[in-house]
Write a protein that binds this ligand. Structure first.
Ligand code: DX5
Ligand code: ZN
Length: 226
């Protein structure tokens, strides 16, 4: 089986929010594949970010898929709002949803791709019984809540386990947290094909750097794909 296409998903959490529109256009023009968006509720994670209104605001600025990583507990009451705001992929944390199967069904019924996310301490086996209900499997390689944290190396082992669980299914394997050109080869070798990168793309907020940074992450990942 040929390897899945590498996709780079910059996280707008590290964008300059005083110029959010320009920052979204800039990563689009710089060649990103998905736009990663991180709503946080200050309850599931120790930080607050934003809600559907930001997805709605950036939706007209790009034709690329908007990848919404919900760090909300509960997430279920907000799925429809994020779908209506223009999300293409909506991912919910296994730890935040006691009815994960139901939320995944709801996301697909809304016409969106359904993702399931695992915190660093949650085993891959938590998704064994919903593996046919997901389009994206997202492994956290930091404890969610903040950009710019250090990659947790144990995530590589989880990626390999997740890849085995996925088998031949049409599921993207995404990694989020501390990803950069320096470890892109490692995560791709372990099976990840969607690489979220917040600070590794946006640090310094100079649009001239975004293209070369995205390219560096992509080529490192591609070179390692088996
Ligand atoms: C963390 C978020 C990430 C974050 C990644 O809670 O889910 O998407 O923006 O940022 P970096 O790439 O800087 O670790
Ligand atoms: Zn994220």
């Amino acid at each position: 089986m040929s390897a899945r296409e590498i996709k780079i998903a910059p996280s707008i959490l590290s964008a300059d929010f005083t110029r959010l529109g320009e920052e979204v256009r800039a990563i689009d023009e710089a060649g990103c594949d998905w736009i990663h968006v991180d709503p946080m509720d200050g309850h599931f994670v120790p930080n607050l970010s934003f809600g559907p209104i930001v997805v709605e605001a950036i939706r007209p600025l790009t034709a690329k898929p908007i990848d919404v990583h919900l760090m909300l507990n509960p997430a279920a009451p907000y799925l429809e709002a994020f779908a209506k705001a223009g999300a293409d992929i909506i991912s919910v944390h296994a730890e935040a949803d006691i009815h994960l199967h139901s939320s995944l069904q709801t996301i697909r019924a809304l016409g969106k791709k359904a993702g399931a996310v695992l915190n660093p301490s949650t085993p891959v086996s938590a998704l064994e019984h919903v593996i046919n209900d997901i389009d994206v499997l997202l492994i956290m390689s930091v404890n969610p809540g903040f950009g710019g944290q250090k990659f947790i190396p144990e995530a590589l082992d989880k990626l390999r386990q997740a890849k085995t669980l996925i088998g031949t299914r049409d599921i993207d394997l995404e990694i989020d947290g501390g990803v950069s050109a320096a470890n892109a080869a490692d995560v791709a070798k372990a099976g990840a094909n969607v690489l979220v990168a917040g600070s590794a793309v946006y640090k310094g907020n100079d649009p001239a750097t975004y293209g070369p940074r995205i390219q560096a992450i992509r080529s490192a990942a591609r070179s390692a794909q088996t």
